[in-house]
Ligand binder design. Structure first.
Ligand code: MG
Length: 489
């Protein structure tokens, strides 16, 4: 008998076994499809808990494991050791509101209308917010059976029609916009915003009459910002414990270290970096408490935690603003310091530890978590996120090859692979625009600080980038003009 035939005969009973096994597996899958999402651990196998921790105005260089010499972020350092530390991770915009819209919708803010000049920063007198037609990550995960909680800064519209509870979150606890708003001193003096930050009144909690909300009700005003990080953390721990029998999604968007800087007594004066360091170290402590609670309750093996920030450091705040480390410029700009952020992905047993240099974006969190939870992508709109789970779980090459840097609704720069071309450059606050024909090109893998223009040496790279931009622009449909909505809602 030929060896090949022997093998076939030996494998026949095995094939029968496998066939029966496959049939049983299919039957069990069918059974499971009839289960409601609330049926406990069986249904949870493919629905890990999701926690996204989003700092405000924390720069690329503000964590010790991203190079800060005097801010000690021991818990985030540990989280990065146990998980993945991303070094080419971007936000969808360099200021608060559109960056949040990008994370929650998986779309460039220019598509949702959240990038239009009037909507770039939503002030307390704004009457608009994230359109209800947008699909948020909370809505996606809610459909997949998750309990969804928003804690912290929302800044996507604080009128009832736009609050988190109207965008897929079961609950909300937080300050609905930036912690520097409702400034009573400025309202009275009608003074200059930036000059105000030299005054002692910036240190007074009463100056900022910001509300603290529970769902749709204001429960404290002004919010005591000295304890806000602590209270956001307690709320997260409460949800972890109350909801541990069902899959949960917690979006924890800290108001800090955005100015004004406030810190609890436990952390006051502890950091050699001054109050900014104190604030970051308190956020680090909060991360530690959350990860420890997940470990204590055994949920660590079934939870994925992401830590990142909404935009780069607010450099004009001087010592009270953060640092972009070796990256150029900061918040408000389309230089790397404005849009590249620290990002740590943690999920023991699921996320393979390591340093990842692939491109990633907060918009990818929408696509990746939707994919992990088995949710389809909305098909009636362009989603800019890609699925990063092959990188998270297997260290496969990332799908993202491009990054578009918008400021407002205008495209300023584009990264394709290692190269980034600037079509427009501008200082973040009040600077002049450079002419569009002075195109700059940087190789970010070699020159992350964007110091050495290599446009003359690389005409073929520029041609390729122009092609990518043309393709992008051809498909671009900009979102609703919120100016027309003024006064509604
Ligand atoms: Mg911000």
């Amino acid at each position: 008998m030929k060896a090949q035939e022997k093998i076939k005969i030996r494998f026949k009973p095995l094939l029968c076994y496998l066939g029966t096994f496959a049939l049983l597996f299919l039957v069990s899958c069918q059974d499971r499809s009839n289960e409601t999402p609330e049926t406990g651990l069986e249904a949870r196998r493919d629905t890990p808990n999701v926690i996204i921790i989003f700092a405000d105005d924390l720069g690329y260089g503000d964590l010790s494991n991203y190079g800060h010499p005097t801010i000690r972020t021991t818990h985030l350092d540990q989280m990065a050791m146990e998980g993945q530390k991303w070094t080419n991770f971007y936000v969808g915009a360099s200021v608060c509101t559109p960056s949040r819209a990008a994370l929650l919708t998986g779309r460039l803010p220019v598509r949702s209308g959240m990038a239009s000049p009037v909507n770039r920063v939503l002030f307390p007198d704004s009457h608009h917010g994230l359109p209800s037609a947008e699909v948020t990550l909370a809505e996606q995960l809610k459909k997949a059976g998750y309990t969804t909680a928003c804690i912290g800064k929302w800044h996507l519209g604080h009128k009832e029609a736009y609050l988190p509870t109207r965008h897929g979150f079961d609950s909300y606890f937080g300050i609905p916009y930036s912690n520097d708003m409702d400034n009573l001193v400025l309202a009275q003096s009608k003074g200059n915003y930036f000059n105000f930050w030299k005054s002692e009144e910036r240190k007074d909690i009463q100056t900022f009459n910001v509300p603290l909300m529970r769902d749709t009700e204001i429960i404290e005003r002004p919010a005591d910002q000295r304890t806000i990080t602590k209270r956001y953390t307690q709320e997260a721990l409460k949800i972890i414990n109350e909801k541990k029998e069902e899959p949960f999604f917690i979006y924890l968007a800290h108001n800090l270290p955005h100015v004004p800087l406030f810190v609890s007594e436990d952390f006051e004066g502890g950091s050699p970096r001054g109050i900014y360091g104190d604030v970051v170290e308190e956020i680090d402590h909060s991360v530690g408490q959350i990860l420890n609670e997940l470990k204590r309750t055994g949920l660590d093996k079934n939870t994925i935690v992401v830590f990142t920030s909404d935009n780069g450091p607010w450099l004009i705040m001087g010592e009270e603003g953060g640092s972009a480390g070796l990256l150029r410029n900061g918040k408000g700009s389309t230089w790397e310091g404005g849009m590249r952020e620290p990002c740590i992905i943690w999920g023991p047993g699921r996320v393979k530890p390591g340093i990842v240099t692939d491109l990633g974006s907060t918009m990818d969190l929408f696509t990746t978590f939707s994919s992990i939870a088995g949710m389809d992508m909305p098909e009636d709109r362009i989603i800019d996120g890609v699925d990063l789970s092959p990188v998270w779980f297997n260290h496969e090459a990332g799908e993202r090859k491009e990054m578009f840097y918008y400021r407002g609704d205008q495209l300023y720069a584009v990264r394709v692979g290692d190269y980034k071309a600037h079509f427009i450059t501008q200082e973040p606050y009040g600077g002049d625009m450079m002419a569009k024909d002075t195109l700059l090109l940087y190789n970010l893998s070699i020159d992350p600080s964007e110091k050495y223009d290599v446009s003359n040496e690389n005409p073929e790279v520029l041609a390729k980038i122009r092609q990518v931009v043309k393709h992008h622009n051809d498909k671009m449909v900009k979102g609703p003009d919120m100016l027309k909505d003024r006064g509604k809602g």
